[in-house]
Ligand binder design. Structure first.
Ligand code: KG4
Ligand code: ZN
Length: 339
């Protein structure tokens, strides 16, 4: 089938995402988030996320079918994220996908979440020009990839060695007394701050780090630096300046490393994905510095950048079109699944 009708299930973190595509055409993309339930813990609680998926899956599948006008019997395949992600959360989606595929007698495709983020860009209707460098930044991952072919050749150039970028936003927000999720809160607080007020460290960017960790990220030192700074300035904390300076450090290191990969590999294209792309400063700096370096920066709409089921269905549609055989039923959740 060249334009397969695929239903995709994404449950790797706190979003229950169901998407339906026909080839590269997006038919529906329903997302239910358990973010509110995690708020009082200051971060995603795996057990809470897994339970929420169990409750949300059935209504989400029904909503996606209703929205697209697709009948289950007409699907050509079912797709599901098998990793990387939270093991318990993944298992709920995998169980549902297996049950659905077996009961319908349809092929099942287990797909990689990170590659799915890249496939999301196909659903915008614009052709992706390959090769491209891709930077994926969310609460769960910070990965720099070189994509030569979506179905056969995606190389992980680097990733975070500690916290994910979104996680750093969430933890620093907490230090500043701001609620979860921290990204939007820090953004708001930073609006009136001076990004150059405090020079916070750019992780793994010293010359001595660059041999081994040229494309890797580290945000825990930055978080510690903010913690130390806030302790020392207790009572007279210029929250706006701290937020703006912290955000600048994160954005600077993300964009610098992504553009370094573009230059090193001679690839004048950068694709952005993940929920942290909601950060306007990150988008602006990437576009500005990209333009200065002759790199075209692509930013899909946010509904396709945050975790969603459409990207999973979209990737499976590509795999099917490229002749890939379906997965056998033995696969399980792989929380560290490589690309
Ligand atoms: O991709 P996503 O929706 O889901 C998961 O990672 O599960 O990303 C959520 C992350 C959170 O850490 C949140 O703080 C961060 O993205 N985020 C932002 C912004 N909006 C959301 N980070 C920085 N600036 C933002 N405006
Ligand atoms: Zn993700």
């Amino acid at each position: 089938v060249s334009e397969p009708l695929v239903l995709g299930i994404e449950t790797s973190c706190d979003e229950t995402g169901i998407g339906i595509v026909r080839g590269r055409t997006l038919l529906s993309n329903t997302i239910a988030s358990s973010m509110d339930e995690h708020a009082r813990y200051g971060g995603v609680v795996p057990e809470v996320a897994a339970r929420a998926h169990l409750e949300e899956l059935q209504p989400s599948i029904e909503a996606a079918l209703a929205e697209s006008g697709v009948a289950l019997e007409d699907l050509d395949a079912v797709a599901v994220t098998s990793g990387p992600g939270l093991a318990g959360a993944l298992m709920v989606g995998i169980g549902a996908a297996k049950a659905l595929a077996v009961s319908l007698g349809k092929p099942l495709y287990a797909v990689n979440h990170l590659v799915g983020h890249i496939a999301a860009d196909l659903l915008t209707g614009d052709e992706i020009v390959l090769p491209t460098v891709a930077l994926l930044v969310s609460g769960g991952h910070t990965s720099l990839l070189l994509v030569r072919d979506l179905t056969t050749d995606v190389e992980l150039l680097g990733e975070t060695v500690d916290d994910a970028a979104g996680e750093a936003f969430d933890k620093v927000a907490r230090l500043l007394g701001l609620p979860y999720p921290g990204g939007p809160e820090i953004d708001r607080a930073a609006a009136t701050g001076d990004p150059n007020a405090i020079r916070f460290p750019r992780g793994l960017s010293r010359a001595s780090d660059l041999d081994k960790h040229r494309y890797d990220f580290s945000f825990s030192g930055l978080k510690t630096a903010v913690a130390r700074w806030t302790e020392q300035h207790d009572g007279e904390l210029p929250v706006a300046d701290v937020a703006a300076s912290f955000r600048e450090a994160v954005v600077d290191v993300l964009v610098t490393k992504a553009l370094a990969a573009c230059a090193d590999y001679g690839v004048p294209r950068l694709l952005l994905g993940g929920g942290v792309i909601a950060n306007k400063r990150l988008r602006d700096v990437a576009l500005e510095r990209g333009a200065a370096a002759g790199v075209t920066v692509r930013i899909p709409p946010l509904s396709l950048c945050t975790d969603n089921g459409a990207m999973i269905a979209g990737l499976a549609a590509e795999l099917i079109a490229s002749g890939r055989r379906p997965s056998t039923l033995e696969f399980g959740a792989d929380s560290t699944l490589p690309v």
